[in-house]
Write a protein that binds this ligand. Sequence first.
Ligand code: PEP
Ligand code: MN
Length: 267
Amino acid sequence: MTQTLPATRPVALAPDLTVGGRDVVLMLGPCSVESYAQTRAIAAVLAAHNLRVIRGGAFKPRTSPHSFQGLGEEGLKILRSVADEFGLLVVSEALGVEHVPLLAEYADIIQVGSRNMQHFPLLWAVGEAEKPVLLKRGFMSTVEEWLQAAEHIATRGNERIILCERGIRTFETATRNTLDVNAIALARQLAPWPVLGDPSHATGRRDLVLPASRSALAAGADGLLVEVHPDPPSALSDAEQAFPLEAVPELLSQARAIAAALGRGVR
Ligand code: PEP
Ligand code: MN
């Protein structure tokens, strides 16, 4: 490692909401924003449980060009409008440098996805943006490469960085990826930035979202990024890992139990 900065530097998202502080922060939402009705249904449930952040994809990095590519700016408009209705913050992904101004306009946190972790011009662009950045770990990247990618953002002036472990590719094919809980604990020791766990992309299976969420929090994650859907089988992207909206109370209660064991609350 190039440097060792042990203390986590919390990232303030709102006057009363911080990632990397005492409480863990849950960021839930659809893999893709599909419609106003779908997104609003999710936002209503999040708000009913006092959750503060909705995460949804408008520009989607799809492996196949024949898959649903996201609603683009229309998706960002839907996210912003339902988030404002329910008093939520928005996380959404910029796929390229050209998306950064749009994300800065509509979102509160700009996500850089796994496939883009070493897209250096994008790192530089979000490093010059006025919004916090959620940096996912590349699925073939080492922890050192991940933290160096974060430093590319920080050296452009933006230190409001939130890391996210979303699973790495291993020899195991029974699950979509392998949740690297070591990396969650290690990144928190080595870097100053808070670290989230993403049990959805890490497992690729809705029936593993709860145990993987528990593991990530137990390893010290400062929060979770979880894909939820009101009708999982009909999801236009990542349907197999979509966690049912109706099961959000169970996710919350399990998250609260693990967080409490570590002296933390859940926001
Ligand atoms: C996503 O968050 O929907 C996504 C595409 O994730 P990742 O970049 O981790 O694959
Ligand atoms: Mn997804």
